[in-house]
Design a protein around this ligand. Structure first.
Ligand code: ZN
Length: 150
């Protein structure tokens, strides 16, 4: 495993749309491992591949310690409710703001064994799904922040 460099706001790679993963190669598995290590080292709860300079639809999330979620080609298939909570981003250090997100989000994705699965999250996990999937489409939380906190 290797710790990767996290791209910061202002780098154009954060504004690009990531491409789907067509085949789960050893490179993709290494990317997942490296992204998890990078996220842990940065003490974050989510990371999208373009945040480490890779334009692929790959996301890692860990809102509950010891329970990492790996998402390949994720998409939101259902959402419900709403919430307004503080949100930050490893690519925008030192900033946080209130965003408007659904309270419950269901994502369909592929795992590292190539199997499709659905996962539903509420609260913080729902926010993490929205935040990280936005990254894959070149969007940052600051684009639709309701109120910046700092
Ligand atoms: Zn982010």
């Amino acid at each position: 495993m290797a710790k990767l460099k996290i791209v910061k706001d202002g780098d154009s790679v954060l504004r690009k749309t990531c491409r789907p993963v067509e085949e789960i190669t050893p490179r993709i598995l290494t990317l997942l491992d490296d992204m998890l290590e990078t996220m842990h080292a940065a003490d974050g709860c989510g990371l999208a591949a373009n945040q480490v300079g890779v334009l692929r639809r790959v996301v890692v999330i860990e809102v509950e310690d010891g329970h990492p979620i790996e998402l390949i080609n994720p998409r939101i298939i259902a959402y419900a409710g709403e919430q307004e909570e503080a949100e930050g981003c490893l690519s925008i250090p030192g900033k946080s703001g209130i965003t408007h997100r659904p309270m419950h989000v269901t994502v369909r994705a592929t795992n590292r064994r190539g199997e499709e699965f659905d996962i539903t999250g509420s609260g913080l996990l729902a926010r993490a799904f929205c935040h990280e999937l936005d990254h894959l489409d070149g969007k940052l939380f600051t684009d639709n922040v309701v109120k910046m906190l700092n």
